[in-house]
Design a protein around this ligand. Structure first.
Ligand SMILES: *Cc1c(COP(=O)(O)O)cnc(C)c1O
Length: 473
């Protein structure tokens, strides 16, 4: 493709992109294709001769789009959002045009230094202490792995990397029963082992019970285990429960245990002064992760990882073969030493674009609005006798179920599962579920970039009507 051909296709593509943004609500939110349907429509062998990009665009419309679930639809209320925004998309265009691989400072000084500055902006926006340093990771799962590995090295006097996990006794990691599955995955990968992940019971509001944490640590020490790391969550995936950082942090401090905070989705809400209470006890935090790629209008992937002792992180990850030696080593941040991957994209550019385009005031206004429509939705749900709210509504998630009278919990579970599928199959909205105290729970997340109260009211009407039309039994 010549630069002139590129120019032509790119202009057409920008039209397509803007059109998609304008029309995203017209697509069924959740793709309705069957397994194998897309696979079977794609030729088994690659073309021998060059093909025009216009053929690809044609197939994009015909083959690919039916198999897309529209995360950017304001009627997407499932999981947690993976928001984009026009300034983020524009930055992604620049990032892929430059195609810089930003592993070392030297491989693109601007990428390293913009990343350093963006992490300072973000750290200050969310109110973390100013002795934290930050780095962009691909996902919260990998950032939490970096935290656990650093905690593991620190507790073992930096010996496990060379001697293996067996050398340091049986390490233990603690999190609540509501913690995201990535923590278990990371504990397995770290060599600590799933059976050494202790899941602490939660209180009625689904937050970690610090008394139970304290008891578990005392019992473990008596058995000769080595407590290594506690993962506290600000905004659990099920219900956005907030673990009590001050109480948990004091326990960690007393026992010399690393405190990692997973605020993957809810971290964005910390830009609001009225939500700083979630960080009460922040002086105890050793590392902290949140995903601008969830609720902060920045294309996936962009995870912000902050750490108090960056030296410990670097000591855990640095490796210096001859071909990576540079003259600036030690004077600058070589982010390849701050996590698992060597190669790195220029992700700081999209944060820069998003934060500058919105400004912090507009970011705050949008986040407040999302929180206010969740609260409005919970009032509407609470106002209906045949529905109930199943968890406190703190941020942008409302957990509820349909509960017509006279049915057992098993029957209610079956009917709510049926309701969830019927709603998603309608193509009008997309919701996902969780299970709370054995109850099948619908979760509605009001955090998509362009969601409005109108969308939420229409979704709620649909849910009510669909539920009441379901045949019970
Ligand atoms: C989404 C989520 C994760 C995982 O995020 P990735 O960036 O996809 O790895 C971890 N923890 C919590 C609380 C989450 O909500």
């Amino acid at each position: 493709m010549t630069p002139d051909e590129f120019r032509k296709h790119a202009h057409e593509l920008v039209e397509w992109m803007a059109g998609y943004m304008e029309n995203v609500e017209k697509y069924p939110v959740k793709s309705a294709v069957k397994p194998g349907e897309i696979f079977n429509r794609i030729p088994g062998t690659p073309p021998l001769q060059p093909e025009s990009f216009s053929f690809l665009m044609k197939d994009l419309e015909e083959i690919i789009m039916p198999g897309i679930t529209h995360w950017q639809s304001p009627n997407f209320f499932a999981y947690f959002p993976a928001n984009t925004s026009p300034p983020s998309i524009l930055a992604e265009m620049i990032i892929s045009t430059l195609g810089a691989q930003c592993m070392n400072w030297e491989t693109s000084p601007a990428a390293a230094e913009l990343e350093e500055k963006m992490m300072i902006w973000l750290r200050d926006m969310i109110g973390l202490p100013d002795n934290f340093e930050g780095v962009i990771q691909d996902t919260a799962s990998t950032a939490t792995l970096a935290a656990i590995l650093t905690a593991r090295e620190k507790i073992s006097g930096f010996t496990i990397n060379s001697e293996g996990v067996a050398s340091a006794g049986t390490l233990r990691v603690y999190c609540s029963e509501q913690t995201h599955s990535s923590v278990e995955k990371d504990v397995r990968i770290s060599g600590i082992g799933k059976r050494n992940l202790v899941k602490i019971p939660v209180k009625e509001d689904f937050s970690m019970d610090p008394v139970k944490l304290d008891e578990a640590i005392i019992a473990d020490k008596e058995k000769g285990y080595v407590p290594c790391c506690v993962v506290a969550t600000i905004g659990t995936t099920g219900t956005t429960a907030i673990d009590p950082l001050r109480a948990v942090g004091a326990i960690c401090h007393r026992n010399g245990i690393w405190l990692h905070v997973d605020a993957a989705m809810a971290g964005t809400a910390l830009i609001l002064p009225e939500f700083q209470w979630m960080l009460d006890g922040k002086e105890y935090i050793d590392s902290f992760v949140f995903n601008p790629h969830k609720w902060m209008f920045t294309n996936f992937d962009c995870t912000a990882f902050f750490i108090r002792d960056a030296e410990a992180l670097i000591k855990t990850f640095e490796i210096l073969p001859e071909y990576l030696k540079t003259r600036t080593r030690g004077l600058v941040n070589d982010y390849r030493d701050w996590g698992v991957p060597l190669g790195r994209r220029f992700r700081a550019l999209k944060l820069w674009s998003v934060i500058r385009s919105y400004g912090t005031e507009e970011l705050k206004r949008k986040i407040r609005y999302h929180i206010s429509i969740a609260s409005r939705l919970s009032e509407m749900i609470a106002g209906e006798k045949d529905f109930e709210i199943l968890a406190p509504v703190i941020l942008n998630v409302v957990c509820f179920r349909f509960c017509p009278s006279g049915l057992s919990d098993d029957q209610l579970n079956a009917i709510n599962e049926k309701l969830n599928h019927a709603l998603n199959d309608s193509g009008k909205i997309y919701l996902t579920h969780t299970v709370l105290n054995g109850r099948y729970t619908l979760r509605m997340v009001t955090g998509q970039t362009n969601v409005t109260l109108d969308h939420v009211e229409r979704a709620w009407d649909l849910i009510k009507n669909c539920a009441r039309d379901l045949k019970i039994g």
